[in-house]
Design a protein around this ligand. Structure first.
Ligand code: FMN
Length: 184
């Protein structure tokens, strides 16, 4: 039997939504990172970890880094949840670089990366996050339009809005990989 667990860290609920959809699809328990005891990893064969992306970093990714020993021999899926469109290969390569940095250069072979698209409701942002987005906007406004990437333009066009790109169908590759017993 493939015992699976989903662990997540989510600030505004988008990663949590995906974690819950995964829990339903795989009939497995779902925990917030803060309430999950690493020693309980021994109960599972497959670990799915999800975190939101903030300024390029992935929320709570240290959970995977610090518990390398406890995760050894397990199948690990890491999904990121960000505003960046995962259909854009530049975004995927940026996220990959950030994960590599988190693992001091090399992502352990047992970890498979997945990228899901989240959302952002500007009216719910904390003061710090709102200030960060406002600084980013000011920086983007200073650029010539020709220097702006597609992502930059998207941020400027949708600034202040409530965006939600979550899509239940997009968890399918994770469900297939996690549920596949033979791939370890
Ligand atoms: C201050 C700030 C920085 C962000 N930086 C990024 C980023 O670098 N890349 C990205 O794709 N999304 C970025 N986002 C968008 C979040 O990843 C997105 O809102 C995600 O759905 C949050 O998931 P959560 O609610 O589960 O934490 C940022 C959002 C905020 C508020």
């Amino acid at each position: 039997m493939n015992r699976i667990v989903v662990i997540h860290e989510s600030k505004y609920g988008y990663t949590k939504r995906y974690a819950e959809w995964l829990g339903e699809a795989l009939s497995c328990p779902v925990f917030e990172r803060k309430t999950f005891r690493p020693r309980d990893l021994s109960r599972y064969e497959t670990v799915i970890y999800g975190g939101g992306i903030y300024a390029g970093g992935i929320s709570g990714i240290q959970f995977l880094r610090r518990n390398g020993m406890l995760l050894s021999g397990k199948k690990v899926l890491l999904f990121t949840c960000g505003l960046a469109d995962p259909d854009n290969p530049d975004n995927i390569s940026n996220i990959r670089s950030s994960v590599e940095k988190a693992f001091s250069g090399k992502i352990p072979e047992q970890i498979r990366l997945f990228h899901l698209r989240g959302g952002m409701d500007y009216s719910r942002l904390t003061f710090v996050h709102r200030s960060m987005m406002s600084m980013l906007r000011k920086m983007l406004l200073k650029k010539e339009d020709s220097e702006r990437s597609w992502e930059d333009r998207q941020i400027l066009e949708t600034y202040g809005q409530c965006l939600d790109f979550t899509d239940r169908e997009s968890i399918r590759p994770l469900v297939e990989y996690a549920g596949c017993e033979s791939s370890l």
